[in-house]
Write a protein that binds this ligand. Structure first.
Ligand SMILES: [Zn+2]
Ligand SMILES: [Zn+2]
Length: 277
């Protein structure tokens, strides 16, 4: 989960996302609209029997905030809670989780803010069934071994290396989450060739001066960066609540002038990330 706005546990329920599956929460920055949902999430999760450990990654201060909240509310949680806080010179990979590297990098906002990039590990190449048959490898468990990159020995003593039956390795998918931020290098780095990018598109061009002053972005500037970074699918988030449905049409039009097909996120939207190959 990226960030936890107020009442996020209700959205999890509505969206049918099991709280038990939630193992890592990545927090961008210490502004109320990004962290006030955390106590609710922790309490919701504590209703499960033995939900397993939870790791919260984020800026310095996130651990203190949670500790105070738990102490002040005298709330007990029934799972291990781990924290990883960003610091100067820290590893660019915040955590390795579920076959992915979760990377972080500072953005530019009115308070210290982190953007995230989830990189799925490289996947092994495609298994060449014809080749395997020609090499006389019997169907069965040997196929699995070769597929996972191991070499195998046949009954006649022939050693087969996995590279003989596997195609070139395939790149994993990339998802970017970047809000709140003014246009910056960090945003561009995190977005590089992302399959799916959630980037803030808070303001229309009419309010670009306000965006700059508050260290936020316009939908158009985010779309431009996403386009330059070679993002595949762009979803704009963190739209200013001042905008009506009609205003959002302007926002979308301004974004789409730079990035064809840019989407404005709605609550409970879901997005598929197809495998690149
Ligand atoms: Zn903020
Ligand atoms: Zn915000």
């Amino acid at each position: 989960m990226f960030d936890a706005g107020e009442g996020i546990q209700l959205a999890l329920k509505k969206g049918g996302v099991g709280i038990r599956a939630l193992e890592v929460i990545a927090i961008s920055h210490m502004h109320a609209d990004h962290v006030l949902g955390l106590p609710g999430v922790l309490m919701f999760r504590a209703q499960c029997d033995d939900p397993g450990p939870l790791t919260i990654i984020g800026p310095r201060g996130i651990q203190k905030f949670i500790k105070h909240t738990l102490d002040d509310l005298r709330y007990r949680i029934n799972f291990e809670l781990n924290f990883i806080e960003w610091h100067k010179g820290c590893d660019p990979t915040a955590i390795e989780w579920n076959g992915c590297d979760v990377k972080w990098e500072p953005l530019v906002h009115s308070t210290f803010c982190l953007g995230y990039r989830v990189e799925e590990h490289t996947r092994p190449g495609k298994f060449n069934l014809e080749q395997a048959k020609q090499l006389g490898i019997p169907m069965g468990p040997l196929y699995g071994k070769l597929q996972s990159g191991q070499s195998v020995t046949l009954d006649d003593g022939t050693v087969i290396d996995s590279t003989q039956v596997l195609g070139p390795t395939r790149r994993g998918r990339v998802v970017t989450f970047a809000t709140d931020t003014a246009p910056c290098t960090g945003l561009k780095n995190l977005s590089q060739s992302a399959d799916l990018a959630f980037i803030e598109g808070m303001f229309t061009e009419l309010h670009s001066a306000e965006a700059a002053e508050k260290k936020h972005s316009t939908a158009a500037s985010s779309a431009q960066i996403a386009s330059e970074a070679g993002v595949c699918k762009l979803v704009l988030v963190h739209i200013s609540p001042r905008y009506t449905f009609e205003d959002e049409k302007i926002l979308k039009k301004e974004a789409r002038a730079h990035f064809r097909g840019a989407i404005i996120a709605r609550g409970l939207d879901t997005f598929d990330i197809p495998l690149p190959d």
